[in-house]
Design a protein around this ligand. Structure first.
Ligand code: BGC
Length: 801
């Protein structure tokens, strides 16, 4: 191979190998260590192929993927598991808060700790590779997986992913940064062609991936979607050129499950092909690749490099030296401690009128309303769904914290789902009395019926498909849902006959129950009325609401499903002291906002969420999280509203029509006032900023200011630094962009001089013609404050090279 190689880089990031381009295939290849080269030299073609085609773990662990290794050469198997907020296996594990909550903490040290606990627990539970972190930029408010990722801002996402990768890998677990690239919506995720111009790609989506590579991530997962016409997993530009050649990535690229499309993807830089749901293996890198190598249409050197990349990481992580045999025990206590710290630090106090929070002795009677007050919302759905050993309910934790002098009562406020009566369905349903049917492994399940509805109104259907896939259609496609986990869909139906269809498919080779229930409008009204009656009797109603973020499905809208918006509104009409706790994964609209006193966003707070919620509500912990995404006033006022090409796409393509102005940059440019701005988050204390000073620092800046806690409680503030555009750049620039931040803890009355370092890259724009970053020199506006819409300090500085 050596003669055909052109040396392109000596990356020196993670292993002592150099990178080169193999002229026979155009792949950017690594120079393996002598140990890896010697092992590969002894392998048969089939043994080599066994590394590049993932399969199902023969042990029923629930791991997402498996590579058998080569026992005769002493190479152990590799087990790969999800995912972003905990180790998702058939066994119980610590359920951490959703990554969006972690990012809302703006706390780099916490991101490292979060990674460390995931890394330790993954290794303890027998895994070698973690399919996490996800670092796609939040672009589409409706996107089902926003909870699994960090932010709409590339700097924040980059810092989070970098720290988390270091934390995970510091424990010996290989991190997989996903889903490369532009996997920012779930609608048509396996087919949609996402179009973004080069500047937008480089400035918005790619920085966090590069940060993960710089942090030493061992693996990258390419996405299901296409990027500018090419499948992500078959994109020579994304994989060979950008990732491997330009960034010097020495690890391996695996496909998302079912995201490879051809044996030729290996030439584009894909190293490992994972099977689609319901299958045991993908044919492309097994059968097809073998045939192509034997026929001479794909050189074996491509396969050899892919194996070298995987083995190189196995060597780096000690897996060739028996690391799999020396696993640490689980540290449940340590993991739970980090889980509660993240839930507390990431919670965002969105509104707090008249000091409604924290709750105090005057709140001597509480009504906890909403099912997540009783059944805690721990985590989102899909491959991020982690089942914890235990998770307390907010009723327990709040009642305990409230003490004997406070009465705490509960009302669901929404009705439980019940099985649709058999008499309403024709032909008779195959369900048992709970509305459940067993979907077996050897077939798919389908059921189509006519549904007769007694009265007009909103019907909420709920589909639970714990370990498989299901979809529901009512009257064709208008209420179709597709799940891996559970989901709800509210449909307005007239009295009379409708069509209902149901589909189920077992995943991971295990039989699973699929259950369908509904809530009729009459049942919903009755439950709401009971909650309203209770709200009238108490000093303070606290309404818990939730949504069901999940992979494979975007939210149908930004409102709360299942009558929860109406519930909050009705409760607040009955009692103006209403406090709302959000267990939601991303931005939502809040038609009821002016009527309520306070809103606390806990996201999906993990297994310790209830304890964190009680401590935040009572002020034992002072909220310090800030929004990592803008919350719009309405569905019609978002960067993708009113433009089907922007979302969900037309004719199979979706376009970043806002260009680099993703998230808050669009609101600033269009002068659209959001409901809550990027970076917003209140505290039970207050902060003031003064005396800004900006100094040049190696192409970058150092921005200093004095921050004071002007209130009576200790608290933490996320001080944010934004930069305005440079006149010396022709390409589009943001009105302001986040260029630095620091989370600062201050005692009451305490002041601190804070210095935030701003690096040259953050002040640069991507020059598409020249194919490189260009520093935005000349005068620039620097602003500092506690939210993108509240930046009291301002300085003009001149950026020089
Ligand atoms: C998801 C990935 C996940 C994989 C394995 C895919 O459907 O998109 O995020 O890691 O499944 O479970």
């Amino acid at each position: 191979m050596a003669a055909a190689l052109t040396l392109v880089a000596s990356a020196g990031l993670t292993a002592p190998s150099a990178l080169a381009v193999d002229k026979a295939t155009s792949r950017t290849v690594i120079t393996p260590s002598s140990r890896v080269a010697a092992l590969i030299a002894r392998m048969t073609l089939d043994e080599k192929l066994s590394f590049v085609s993932g399969s199902v773990d023969p042990r029923p662990t629930g791991a997402a993927g498996f590579v058998p290794g080569v026992p005769r050469l002493g190479i152990p198997p590799l087990r790969l598991t999800d995912g972003p907020n905990g180790i998702r296996l058939n066994t119980e594990a610590t359920a951490f808060p959703a990554p969006v909550a972690l990012a809302s903490s703006f706390d780099d040290g916490l991101a490292r700790a979060y990674g460390r606990e995931l890394g330790r627990e993954g290794r303890a539970l027998g895994q070698d590779v973690l399919l996490s972190p996800m670092t796609n930029i939040i672009r589409v408010p409706q996107a089902g997986r926003n909870f699994e990722t960090f932010s709409e801002d590339p700097l924040l996402s980059s810092r989070m992913v970098s720290e988390e990768v270091k934390g995970i890998q510091g424990q010996g677990l290989i991190a997989t940064v996903k889903h490369y690239a532009l996997n920012n919506q779930e609608t048509d995720r396996t087919t949609v062609d996402v179009r973004a111009d080069e500047q937008t790609m480089r400035e918005v989506e790619l920085p966090a991936y590069q940060a993960a590579v710089d942090a030493g991530a061992g693996a990258v997962m390419c996405a299901h979607n296409k990027v500018n016409g090419a499948h992500s997993c078959g994109s020579d530009e994304l994989l060979n050129t950008i990732l491997k050649e330009q960034w010097g990535f020495q690890g391996w690229v695996m496909s998302d499950w079912g995201a490879a499309h051809s044996a030729h993807d290996i030439e584009a830089g894909l190293d490992q092909s994972m099977f689609a749901a319901g299958l045991q293996e993908s044919p492309y890198f097994s059968r097809d690749l073998k045939a192509a190598i034997q026929a001479g249409t794909i050189p074996e050197s491509a396969l050899t490099d892919a194996v070298a990349r995987i083995l190189g990481q196995m060597e780096r992580f000690g897996l060739l030296d028996g690391a799999a045999a020396t696993r640490p025990p689980r540290d449940r206590k340590g993991a739970a401690e980090v889980a509660i710290r993240v839930a507390e630090s990431g919670a965002v106090l969105l509104k707090n009128d008249d000091g409604a929070l924290p709750l105090g002795t005057e709140d001597d009677s509480l009504a906890l309303i909403g099912t997540p007050a009783k059944t805690p919302k721990v985590t989102g759905g899909g491959s991020a769904n982690v089942v914890p050993e235990s998770a307390a309910s907010p009723i327990e934790t709040i009642t305990r914290r409230a003490g004997k002098r406070t009465t705490v009562r509960y009302e669901a406020g929404t009705a439980p789902g019940t099985a649709i009566p058999a008499a309403s369905l024709s032909p008779a349903p195959p369900f048992d009395r709970d509305g459940t049917v067993k979907v077996t492994t050897d077939s798919t399940f389908t059921y189509t019926a006519s549904l007769s509805v007694p009265a007009e109104g909103d019907y909420t259907f709920r589909l639970d498909a714990a370990n498989g896939y299901g979809s529901l259609g009512v009257d064709g496609k208008n209420a179709t849902v597709s799940v891996l986990g559970s989901t709800t869909a509210t449909v307005h139906l007239t009295a009379g006959t409708h069509t209902l269809s149901l589909f189920g498919l077992a995943a991971n080779g295990a039989e699973f129950p699929l259950s369908l229930t509904w809530v009729t409008p009459a049942a919903a009204a009755e439950a709401r009325d009971r909650a309203v009656a209770l709200a009238r009797k108490v000093r303070t109603p606290v309404v818990f609401v939730q949504d069901e973020g999940t992979e494979d499905k975007d939210r149908a809208g930004l409102g709360l499903a299942g009558g929860q918006d109406e519930l909050i509104s009705a409760v607040a009409d009955a009692n103006p002291h209403t406090v709302v706790v959000l267990n939601t994964g991303s931005s939502i609209t809040m038609p009821w906002l002016p009527k309520v006193d306070a809103v606390l966003d806990m996201y999906y707070p993990g297994q310790e969420g209830a304890a964190a919620t009680a401590r935040l509500l009572y002020g034992d912990v002072n909220p310090s999280g800030k929004l990592t995404q803008t919350f719009p006033t309405s569905e019609r006022a978002t960067p993708v509203a009113g433009d089907p090409q922007a979302f969900p796409g037309t004719g199979g393509t979706e376009t970043y029509s806002e260009g680099i102005h993703v998230g808050y940059k669009w609101y600033d440019k269009q002068r659209v006032k959001p409901l809550f701005d990027f970076g917003h988050g209140l505290s039970y204390t207050s902060f003031s900023y003064r005396d800004i000073a900006v100094k040049q620092r190696q192409g970058g800046l150092s921005v200093s200011f004095t921050l004071t806690n002007t209130g009576r409680r200790a608290g933490q503030e996320v001080a944010q630094v934004y930069a305005g555009p440079s006149r010396n750049i022709d390409a589009p620039q943001a009105v302001r962009k986040l260029v630095g931040y620091e989370k600062v803890r201050l005692a009451p009355g305490q002041s601190r001089r804070v210095t935030v370092t701003v690096d040259a890259r953050t002040l640069s724009s991507w020059d598409t013609d020249r194919g490189r970053w260009v520093l935005g020199t000349g005068p620039r506006d620097i602003r500092v404050g506690g939210s993108s819409d509240a930046l009291p300090l301002r300085a003009r500085t001149v950026v020089t090279r």
